[in-house]
Design a protein around this ligand. Structure first.
Ligand SMILES: *[C@@H]1O[C@H](CO)[C@@H](O)[C@H](O)[C@H]1NC(C)=O
Ligand SMILES: *[C@@H]1O[C@H](CO)[C@@H](O)[C@H](O)[C@H]1NC(C)=O
Ligand SMILES: *[C@@H]1O[C@H](CO)[C@@H](O)[C@H](O)[C@H]1NC(C)=O
Ligand SMILES: *[C@@H]1O[C@H](CO)[C@@H](O)[C@H](O)[C@H]1NC(C)=O
Ligand SMILES: *[C@@H]1O[C@H](CO)[C@@H](O)[C@H](O)[C@H]1NC(C)=O
Length: 416
């Protein structure tokens, strides 16, 4: 049976799946298939294209550092490593250590990792990634969260679920006008109707935090805790904070500066994807080095400048793994549409979600956003903020031990 580690809670699911290939719940029929990543037949074409890609000999603009986007040197170095030290087959073996499945919900194929704990006291948890990321962002934190290895006396293990957002990796492209609200509904179906969890906790970052916010506000019976490393609202600038009499803690100064700089000089990709996604999508869908430049810049600029040194796992190899998944799974174009489909969703409408579930926040210095407690309290039942002195936008890669510790704090507030 493909489900040796599932808990008692979902035994009925296993039983029915064992008898017939699909299970009917409510209005939908959900099949559940074990899934392994196998894109090896596409690797030689990718390598061929990488090898044949000519980059300029010299920087066109010298002396501008990283201010105009990814540098030629950075791109050349990544490209060289892609051809010499990077090995997709090795990555596949490691990715396939995670138990993965696909199911169909509302006509979309949804790919997800499901790593349940053996402990009946474990808390069900869904981890939600953003763009240009993927389920891989959480690879290093799944097992520690599942097993509570390194846990404290108050922490508990989790049943860990990591779906691919529609359009990303192996989940179907989202149809026209599909929004994060729709994704939230589909993921609640995944957790409750398909995996059988009556209640669960949510962690989100980037676009995943917008999905998380929708889950938190729209499913207050099933979503019983929320942890975020990115608040799904545009931060207030200094004038807007002053108008509201909100003062910053010292730890909030740097991430606010990072946000304001990003807002001034770093949103080109955001504008393009929000308005004319076809142009970049079609240009780069079959261009691995192009995808590397486009995606690599976001990882390099979005992470702690100490990227790749402990505790950060955001190495060049990690960037290459992410871009390879984007290219090989053919999801570059479909992932980018999340911006256009949710144009305007990242805004300053701080409204209180209709829920009493606890909301916890983790702040990382090089994230592009600072949200003082007073702002966070405007969107939910804010109970805890923890700041760290290392890390950026991709916390699960930039500072995994800190994120693990903070997600474990959910246990202190968990009631269901
Ligand atoms: C998508 O939304 C736009 C704007 O609201 C609307 O004009 C269009 O008809 C919608 N398309 C579909 C296929 O629903
Ligand atoms: C901010 O503080 C000032 C002075 O105490 C007060 O007059 C004003 O009403 C406050 N504004 C808000 C939005 O609370
Ligand atoms: C949960 O949501 C329902 C429906 O929106 C609402 O009536 C109820 O007040 C909410 N519960 C809490 C505690 O906010
Ligand atoms: C809440 O956050 C603070 C740090 O701001 C931390 O000291 C405290 O232990 C946290 N509470 C829980 C329950 O983890
Ligand atoms: C586990 O604990 C060790 C020692 O306290 C620490 O160095 C490491 O970062 C921890 N790892 C995780 C994943 O929490």
């Amino acid at each position: 049976m493909p489900f040796p580690m599932m808990t008692l809670r979902v035994l009925s699911t296993i039983f029915i799946v064992g008898l017939i290939p699909s299970v009917a719940w409510g209005s939908g029929v959900h099949s559940l298939e074990p899934f392994k990543v196998d894109l090896s037949d596409k690797v030689s074409h990718m390598k061929d294209l990488i090898e044949k890609t000519n980059l300029p000999e010299n920087e066109v603009n010298t002396g501008v550092g990283t201010s105009l986007g990814i540098t030629l040197n950075a791109l050349k170095s990544l490209k060289d490593q892609w051809l010499t030290s990077f090995d997709w087959e090795t990555e596949e073996v490691s990715i396939n250590k995670l138990s993965q499945y696909t199911t169909t919900i509302e006509d979309l194929d949804i790919h997800f990792v499901h790593e349940p704990s053996n402990d009946p006291e474990a808390i069900p948890l869904i981890l939600l990634h953003g763009w240009p990321s993927s389920f891989l962002e959480f690879s290093a934190i799944v097992e520690p969260l599942r097993s509570n290895s390194n846990g404290t006396s108050t922490s508990r293990p989790f049943h860990v679920v990591v779906p691919s957002l529609p359009g990303f990796a192996f989940s179907s492209a989202a149809p026209v006008n599909w929004t994060v609200t729709d994704t939230a509904r589909v993921f609640n179906t995944l957790m409750v109707d398909i995996l059988g969890y009556k209640t669960y906790a949510v962690h989100g970052t980037d676009w995943g935090s917008l999905v998380a916010g929708e889950l938190y506000g729209n499913f207050n019976q099933t979503v019983r805790a929320l942890h975020l490393s990115f608040i799904p609202k545009t931060p207030y600038n200094r004038e807007e904070l002053a108008e509201r009499n909100i003062t910053l803690k010292p730890e909030e100064e740097l991430p606010l500066d990072v946000f304001l700089e990003w807002q001034k000089t770093g949103t080109g990709y955001f504008q393009l994807l929000s308005t004319k996604p076809n142009t970049i999508s079609l240009a780069l869908q079959d261009n691995p080095v192009g995808q590397l430049a486009w995606i690599g810049q976001i990882y390099i600029d979005g992470s702690d400048p100490r990227r790749g040194t402990g505790p950060s796992l955001l190495t060049d190899n990690e960037i290459l793994r992410t871009v390879s998944l984007s290219y090989l799974s053919g999801s570059f174009a479909s992932a980018g549409y999340i911006y256009q489909q949710n144009n305007g969703a990242f805004n300053q409408e701080y409204t209180r979600a209709k829920t009493d579930a606890p909301l916890l926040f983790s702040g990382f210095p090089y994230n592009n956003g600072a949200w003082p407690d007073a702002s966070i309290a405007m969107i939910g039942n804010h109970v805890n903020t923890t700041y760290h002195d290392f890390g950026g936008h991709f916390a699960a890669l930039d500072n995994p031990p800190a994120l693990i510790e903070d997600i474990r704090k959910i246990a202190a507030y968990w009631e269901s």
